[in-house]
Write a protein that binds this ligand. Sequence first.
Ligand SMILES: [Cu+2]
Length: 489
Amino acid sequence: MLRGSAAFGVTSLLSAGNGTAAISEGQAVGRTDLTLRVQEVNGRPTYNGLSPGPTIVANPGDTIDVHLINDLPALHDDCTDNHNAFHGANTTNLHTHGLHVSPTTDSSGRFDADNVFVRVVPKDQVVPCAKGSGNRPKTFRWHRNKFRFETGADHPSGTFWYHARKHGSTFQQVAAGLSGPLVIRDRPGVMPNYIARASERILMIMNQGLVLTDPAGGGIIDPTITMRPGEVQRWRVINAQAIGNSFAYLRTSVTGLEIYQIAFDGLTLRRRIRVDQGNDDEPWLNPAALAPGNRTDFIVRVPRDSKGGSFSIPVIREVREALGLSGAIASEFKIEVAGKPVNSAWSDDDALPGPGLKPIAEVSRFRREITFSPQFRIDGQAYDGEVKHSIPLGTKKEWTVYNNTGGVHAFHIHVIPFFVTHINGIELIEDEPLRRWQDTVALPYSNDDGPGSITFRTRFETFTGKFVIHCHILRHEDLGMMQTVEVTG
Ligand SMILES: [Cu+2]
């Protein structure tokens, strides 16, 4: 089922395909060398004429080369006195969200890696501020740029994504659809058989709706997925929304389907979690809820004796209910069970291999606190480009991030995941599903008891250089809710 309108346009950007992503282990359809041409179609930016962009698939240890070409028209609007206002609307770049890769250059120093400060401007863009205004002229690239992302052999397997991430235009460009899936394949033999053999679907929750992505780019909005009795599918779900309180829930109030969560933010869990269909809690207390930027993988099974039928899974796309607002924005995700039964592999064993990351023991000597504060500031200050956290390479840290505002925010740190241990000061016990690795986390808002908070542990290793922490409600980031971190070697 297709739905299209001039405003959203994804249907007109559709490419051929059935949405089946052949990315299970050992299937060699990965693209680790690709060109992304940023082109305007029907007044909005796309990757190669499509939105979302093509799925990037790599194995752990692969190098991903992306040739980014900016074919948007020149606007000459990069220079501004206030860089925490929207500016450089057609200037873009590329961020590999969740990958543990260099935040500066590749190992040869020749190519940019996940460097968020790079700005790829349109071909004939005039950038007068590039001349000695303190506006980092070295970070501008004209018309095209080659990014090289080198993953390590020990890089976690899982569901990541890429998106435009140029401060001042991030919100507009991601909201318009400049994003795409990025999958690091499972190592052969690591995942249980029933997951390794499941057919896969990648779903992106975008401002345009719920999109069943096509591996070549584009997709189907608010799709119908067909499953046969006995079939097992893996759904990789990415919350790529950029609007206000765009926390997403799959309200899996579906009888006749078994749905388990097997990974969060690309990192495999240590045991699968049956999705609690009755969990209406705020997003920070619901393991299957996704803040903007989060991903989760589900393994879904139709019982073999299912008589078939149509199911509809509402996807609540905003946290408005939790905030006491009415009129939730929802998408419909339809499942059609039909056809001859199949004998898909299955297991009743809940054990999973885990993320392959070393646990971090108590790090009480290295505590740090930051506060998301009103007017889109952190610690009372709007983003100013100065290093706020200088951290020696190899350091372990425990951070508490407070939210001293009445609204929700989403804390994200580039290039390294973190392990959440406390919510609102309450320690999460060992088997609590919310005690887990992630790279983006919903920050509870303040109430009469004081500010909301999240506490996590992380280690700053492998890479030196500057990168950022920021709110992943991207409009907040553009308006200044960001700080620079530098890992020094
Ligand atoms: Cu925010």
